[in-house]
Ligand binder design. Structure first.
Ligand code: MLT
Length: 284
């Protein structure tokens, strides 16, 4: 099954350096936007979004990097798996995608929130594929019992009624009050990405997140340069959580963006791009 096109970026609007590719990956067709040339930069989106959340980063980094921005299994225009899609499955899809794209050099992996949960699994299983890590608005702990129950309820709700029942309600947790007031296009883009996502795709990764492993005692073993980026108003993965993780990872840096929430790369693209650029220039 192939998800509907969210229609946010038509081919004619796309920069000539960018192409959408579709690859057979672990039994599904996976769509990814590939742009530019240079060292590989893999951008892994959050839940329940698509590669489109990274458009400001793709535009910025494509002049010096090979930017790879996939739609994860069940999201955007990639195929959907029903049941449960674990964070490990997503990590295995990313590894296979890099293989079929012939990307052999280790990547700078940048993931937001669920993209961060997947990063831990990618690091665990494919350490040699990683050059640096950039973790935006994410955490290493697994869910509490209450968190798991909430996720399973949400999965059922979406399966029954579609993503429209959650899209608008999610916005206050995703962006800051200031972004909501001053940058209305961000909430509009988020709502259209969420509503373009298939019910089954959302439910499967929601169940996968509920079942995810706890990495909080393992991240101290990360041995590559790592950058933590967080919005000062992030309610889902607040600055204290990100600071705490940063204190555990030996070669790591912390960057907090003021007045923005959980979607820092969309809400404050200039500040986030600059922080990523400074970090990548120091680390590569
Ligand atoms: C995300 O942005 O990917 C979600 O907030 C992750 C989650 O639901 O924990």
């Amino acid at each position: 099954m192939l998800a509907n096109d969210s229609g946010m970026m038509k081919p004619k609007d796309r920069n000539m350096n960018q192409k959408l590719v579709e690859q057979k990956v672990n039994g599904i067709r996976m769509r990814a936007l590939i742009a530019g040339s240079g060292p590989p930069l893999l951008l892994v989106h959050g839940f329940p979004l698509s590669h489109q959340m990274w458009l400001p980063q793709i535009e910025y980094f494509q002049s010096r990097f090979t930017v790879i921005a996939p739609d994860l299994r069940g999201f955007g225009n990639s195929d959907i798996s029903t049941g449960i899609v674990t964070m490990e499955q997503h990590a295995r899809d990313l590894d296979m995608l890099l293989q079929v794209l012939n990307i052999e050099d280790p990547v700078s992996y940048c993931g937001l929130s669920m993209g961060g949960y997947i990063a831990w699994e990618f690091w665990k299983h494919f350490t040699d594929r990683l050059r640096t890590l950039i973790l935006c608005d994410t955490k290493a702990e697994a869910d509490s019992e209450e968190g798991i129950t909430q996720r399973l309820k949400m999965a059922e709700l979406v399966l029954r009624h579609g993503p429209e029942v959650i899209s608008t309600a999610m916005i206050p947790n995703l962006i800051s009050e200031s972004s909501l007031q001053k940058q209305s296009h961000i909430s509009e883009n988020l709502i259209s990405m969420i509503e373009a996502t298939n019910n089954e795709g959302i439910a499967a990764s929601q169940k996968g997140m509920a079942a995810r492993s706890d990495f909080s005692n393992q991240i101290k073993n990360i041995r590559i340069p790592t950058l933590f980026i967080v919005g000062s108003e992030d309610r889902l993965t607040p600055p204290e959580v990100m600071k705490q993780m940063c204190s555990q990872v030996p070669d790591s840096k912390y960057f907090e963006v003021s007045e923005v929430g959980h979607m820092a790369p969309m809400e404050a693209p200039d500040a986030v791009n600059q922080a990523m650029d400074d970090f990548l220039s120091d680390s590569l």
